[in-house]
Design a protein around this ligand. Structure first.
Ligand code: C2E
Ligand code: MG
Ligand code: MG
Ligand code: MG
Length: 288
């Protein structure tokens, strides 16, 4: 009896593990097929200058347009793509597509704004990553000065001089480097100061509860002050209300990205809406 039960328990655990592994394998296979079948698309979210209200850039955000399940958010497939290594090919596709798209926009009269692209740790670990970026810039014809690469704190917490060397190699191409989700990692001021970075993006977790959460307001204000002291640009993510924008502006925040000013949009919708209202923070102008 006890033996029987023990065996059942054991079987239960084996089968759940098997199911999980099967699902992962299946999702991995579907992602690989999706890349071949060109089922990934990029949406673009605008960024605006806090003082002039002008459009200063946009961030490319990947989505999976699955024939069976519709539009799937990156949080649902990027982690697995990172684990399996598929992120290297997917990341190449994202960079290539975003650069080509932006080059097209610039050629067609969009003002000199930046395009920001998210990177994964796995991509940075490739020995020839900087060369790959150079090759993509070359192939698409996008000037390096128009490209921002977004990294996270954990990606650059490497031992010794590794991170500095890697970032220098990228900076040598002429592009900009931004630290995404800033404030959620453990990078120290002393460490940041030594890195050749251009920009910090305040994590949306510190923006969400302004003005209810005094601690978040303190943290956001401190990040802005610190960024300014280090001569870095600072962008707030996830700005959803006028109050958040006003508080951050008062603290000296340089730019914004968030639903208040514009959702991530298809390239067609992005250009349609932005060309008609490039000057979005000024009062009286309809928001996206
Ligand atoms: P992230 O780079 O920090 O991007 C910002 C996320 O916040 C995006 O989610 C965006 O849609 C969302 N967001 C923008 N404004 C607001 C707002 O006002 N309120 C709220 N609540 N959310 C806002 P998304 O597109 O789902 O992307 C999630 C994450 O997936 C990104 O966070 C990034 O870490 C990752 N990701 C997206 N595209 C790529 C990619 O091409 N490569 C890699 N490696 N990661 C990517
Ligand atoms: Mg980002
Ligand atoms: Mg972020
Ligand atoms: Mg992120």
């Amino acid at each position: 009896q006890a033996k029987e039960q023990g065996r059942n328990t054991y079987r239960f655990y084996t089968s759940t593990l098997t199911i999980a592994a099967n699902e992962r394998l299946e999702l991995d296979a579907r992602l690989r097929r999706a890349l071949i079948n060109e089922e990934f698309i990029l949406h673009y979210q605008p960024q605006f200058d806090s003082l002039t209200g002008m459009l200063i850039g946009c961030e490319a955000l990947v989505r999976w347009h699955s024939p069976e399940h519709g539009l799937i958010a990156p949080d649902r497939f990027i982690p697995l793509a990172e684990e399996t290594g598929l992120i290297v090919q997917l990341g190449d596709w994202v960079l290539q597509t975003a650069c080509a798209q932006h080059k097209l926009w610039l050629d067609n009269g969009l003002p000199d704004i930046m395009i920001a692209v998210n990177l994964s740790a796995r991509q940075l670990q490739q020995q020839d990553f900087a060369e790959r970026v150079a090759a993509i810039l070359d192939a698409t014809g996008l000037p390096a000065e128009r490209l921002t690469l977004e990294l996270t704190e954990s990606m650059i917490m490497l031992p010794g001089e590794q991170a500095i060397e890697l970032l220098r190699e990228l900076k040598a191409l002429g592009l900009k480097l931004s630290i995404d989700d800033f404030g959620t990692g453990y990078s120290s001021l002393a460490y940041l100061k030594r890195l050749p970075i251009d920009e910090l993006k305040i994590d949306q977790g510190f923006v969400r509860d302004i003005p209810q959460d005094r601690n978040d307001m303190e943290i956001a204000a401190t990040i802005i002050a610190m960024a300014r002291n280090l001569n870095l640009k600072v962008i707030a993510e996830g700005v959803e209300t006028d109050q958040q924008m006003e508080f951050l502006t008062l603290q000296g925040c340089h730019g914004y990205q968030g639903y208040l000013l514009g959702h991530p949009l298809t390239p067609e919708a992005f250009i349609e809406q932005l060309l008609h209202a490039p000057n979005r923070l000024r009062p009286g102008i309809a928001r996206l």
